[in-house]
Write a protein that binds this ligand. Structure first.
Ligand SMILES: Cc1ncc(COP(=O)(O)O)c(C=O)c1O
Length: 373
């Protein structure tokens, strides 16, 4: 007979998932109700309200999509883009490339604007591209997890808004760990995940979609090329802004995951956004100082480093996979690099509950021992 499941306790310091907050895990084991139960409708409303506060938006259309982060981004892309639409995509790493692929899958004419891995895009590059030819949508990654770079968005938001295009942002890694001001920065749609800085397990893709984007959706000439991810259908379940349609079954929502997200959001707002962002910055700065003590440094230029995801240069002569395996044996997960950075960097996340000095000290002590430094 197969033994009951007994997973190892790993300190999850890769680019996600991070370890969920214990109160989130407890909430997920709470008694199940059905996806249309009055209690659950209240949980849905609370989740939408708290997500709006986290995204810093008044957008009604702010919900967790039943999918991981990619499904949320796909929802945005497939609702806003019609075949033949022009989409400008900022590509500064692996996840920018993925946005370009999503736009392509939605039938867009994709116009990538690229920067070297590790760098970010100057807003002037986007302005020039939009002056060259207008676009329906501009898509960018806020926190590029493959390079550790934070793409500044507020100037780009103004440029895109002035051009008449929509701005979509991949906030999968940034949300909950650094400021993201959806309304203040003129962002028309953003998508994130639950398993990084929010402190819940993977399984949901929170998104927010603003009024200009919903207007574009209502004026489509072709139907959305997805049944499940069609926002118009989905909001009959999550509830329309004007409440004209009766709430109705769309799919069986993952109730336990939404309980978990509801609790993660409660904890985030109890901590306060500013304090939470500061905690992520402080953990990052302590990590950089402690790395320096053992002769290691970050790959990403200091001018635009992410707080929650540290991309560490692997010293010459050190074998990437062997170090990661030794760390795993010590109960700590760190991750390797992607594409051109494979074998050259480690990607180390200090996200959600793991952004604290105790975790940083345990991490660096073990890394130093494994490296013999
Ligand atoms: C910036 C970014 N975008 C998108 C994704 C994909 O998210 P998910 O794995 O939740 O589908 C990730 C995952 O690591 C990411 O870091």
């Amino acid at each position: 007979m197969r033994a009951p499941l007994d997973p190892p306790e790993i300190l999850l310091l890769g680019p996600g998932p991070s370890n969920p907050h214990p109160e989130v895990s407890a909430a997920m084991a709470a008694p199940l109700v059905s996806h249309l139960d009055p209690f659950f409708i209240t949980v849905m409303e609370e989740t939408m309200t708290d997500l709006r506060a986290l995204f810093r938006t008044m957008n009604h259309h702010t919900v967790p999509i039943s999918s991981t982060g990619t499904g949320g981004l796909e929802t945005i892309m497939f609702n806003l883009v019609e075949p033949g639409d022009e989409v400008v995509v900022g590509v500064i790493g692996h996840f920018g490339q993925r946005l370009a692929e999503l736009a392509h899958a939605a039938g867009a004419v994709v116009r990538p604007v690229e920067a070297q891995w590790g760098e970010v895009l100057d807003p002037g590059r986007i302005a020039t591209e939009l002056e060259r030819r207008p676009a329906k949508l501009v898509a960018l990654v806020h926190a590029e997890t493959s390079t550790g770079a934070a793409q500044p968005l507020s100037d780009i938001g103004r440029i895109v808004r002035d051009s008449g295009a929509l701005l979509m942002v991949d906030a999968v890694t940034s949300l909950g760990g650094m400021d993201l001001d959806v309304d203040g920065w003129n962002i028309d749609a953003a998508g994130s995940c639950t398993q990084k800085c929010l402190g819940a397990p993977p399984g949901l893709g929170p998104i927010t979609v603003g009024p200009r984007a919903i207007e574009a959706l209502h004026h489509r000439k072709t139907p959305v090329a997805s049944w499940y991810f069609d926002l118009n259908r989905l909001f009959q379940y999550w509830g329309d802004e004007d409440g004209t349609r009766t709430r109705a079954f769309h799919h069986t929502a993952p109730v336990a995951n939404i309980y978990g997200l509801r609790e993660a959001l409660r904890l985030i707002h109890a901590e306060g956004l500013e304090d939470r962002f500061r905690r992520h910055r402080d953990a990052h700065e302590l990590f950089v100082r402690r790395l320096d003590d053992i002769g290691l440094s970050l790959f990403t230029p200091e001018s635009h480093r992410l707080p929650m995801l540290n991309v560490v240069t692997i010293p010459d002569g050190v074998e990437d996979a062997a170090v990661r395996a030794d760390m795993r044996d010590r109960g700590i997960e760190i991750s390797g690099g992607f594409g051109p950075l494979a074998g050259k960097v480690w990607r180390i996340g200090l996200m959600g509950a793991n952004a604290n000095p105790t975790v940083v000290n345990r991490l660096v002590t073990n890394l130093a021992e494994v490296l013999g430094r």
